[in-house]
Design a protein around this ligand. Structure first.
Ligand code: UFG
Length: 337
């Protein structure tokens, strides 16, 4: 299949690009490279002998997108390009509404105009806000508590309406906490600024930070720290490929992608100590605004619908893949100085 991937030079997008190429698909990446990395696509191409094209462009450029979709005979679109810093979305919601909704709707209209009928959307657990039932199933009410979550929910609704009225087939995949990297260390997670727990902990192990601050130890959880469901990025990629096969015209798949297992912040730090052999000093800090105590997926529906299972169910194994990447790329995709 010919597939356009927006945000394909980013963390989750690049792992999907690689998995799709390995599965024999033809991929065109569309990325403005604000947060994505040209090096991710170059590494994938060089290593695998692929010629995946990277087009540097913005989602606002609708006419250009229409031409790209037509010229490349695109049959499916996977849309990863989005701003995804929760804290920033609270400080500057305009940026999030402009990009994650207004610009993304240009893409959706380009898809409609070119009669493409398969669309996969990166949605998020942030659309659930503070869930009342753990593990979280798709039946949980979607009540976001920050602009980031709202933008993702609004786009999910747009997809549902386009499916109803224009016959679009789509999958909205609600990720829990993406983690890990390609086990061979070729591509991985490189955010600026980095805000996520696992890469920050590994930066301590690399000697790039002195310690990790634990954001609150007074949560109503067994050890007092927040619990998250860390799903390996390659398991996410595998679910995307399966979703492509299950999308039907005028129908939407809305699926949670997680492992069903939760790990606390303290457990993550302890697992990283074991994987890296570094003591990783931890300091007690205050709660971070907007952090729900526990987010763990019920992914039964995804498992059944897609005939998919997460392969990484041991957090140490997931962290080990991230460690392989960070050790080999202490400066991420930047060239050594
Ligand atoms: N944490 C710390 N110290 C840090 C960084 C994080 O204790 O220095 C804690 C957080 O408080 C949280 C856990 O580690 O309890 C995980 O935090 P991350 O920032 O790694 O991930 P989040 O759960 O906040 O974010 C993820 C996705 C977002 C998504 C959000 C929905 O990365 O895109 O889940 O809640 F919006």
């Amino acid at each position: 299949m010919n597939i356009l991937i927006t945000g394909g030079a980013g963390y989750i997008g690049s792992h999907c690009v690689r998995a799709l190429l390995e599965a024999g698909h033809t991929v065109v990446v569309y990325d403005n490279l604000i947060y994505g990395h040209r090096g991710a696509i170059e590494s994938i191409n060089q290593h695998g002998g692929y010629t995946c094209e990277l087009i540097v462009g913005d989602l606002h450029e609708k006419e250009r997108l229409v031409s790209i979709l037509q010229e490349n005979k695109i049959e499916a679109v996977m849309h990863f390009a989005a701003y995804a810093f929760v804290g920033e979305s609270v400080e500057n919601p305009a940026k999030y509404y402009q990009n994650n909704i207004v610009a993304a709707l240009s893409l959706l209209d380009a898809v409609k105009e070119t009669n493409i009928n398969k669309f996969v959307f990166s949605s998020t657990t942030a659309t659930y806000g503070e869930p009342t039932t753990i593990p979280i199933a798709e039946t949980e009410p979607q009540q976001p508590i920050n602009p980031y979550g709202f933008t993702k929910l609004v786009f999910e609704q747009a997809l549902a309406d386009y499916a109803h009225s224009y016959g679009l087939g789509y999958a909205a995949l609600r990720y829990f906490n993406a983690a890990g990297a390609s086990p061979d260390g070729l591509i991985g997670e490189d955010h600026t600024p980095e805000t996520h727990l696992i890469p920050l902990v590994l930066q301590v192990a690399l000697g790039q930070r002195e310690n990790i601050t634990i954001f609150g130890q007074d949560y109503p959880t067994p050890d007092g720290t927040c619990i998250r469901d860390y799903i390996h990025v390659n398991d996410l990629a595998a679910a995307h490929i399966k979703a492509l096969q299950h999308i039907r015209p005028a129908k939407g798949l809305k699926l949670n992608l997680g492992t069903g297992r939760g790990n606390s912040v303290l457990e993550i730090i302890e697992a990283a100590r074991k994987v890296t052999g570094h003591p990783i000093p931890a300091l007690e800090g205050t709660r971070r605004e907007g952090d729900p105590p526990e987010l763990v997926a019920n992914s039964q529906l995804a498992q059944k619908t897609l005939d998919w299972q997460p392969r990484y169910t041991n957090i140490e194994e997931t962290i080990a893949t991230a460690w392989a990447w960070h050790k080999n790329h202490p400066r991420g995709y930047r060239q050594p100085s």
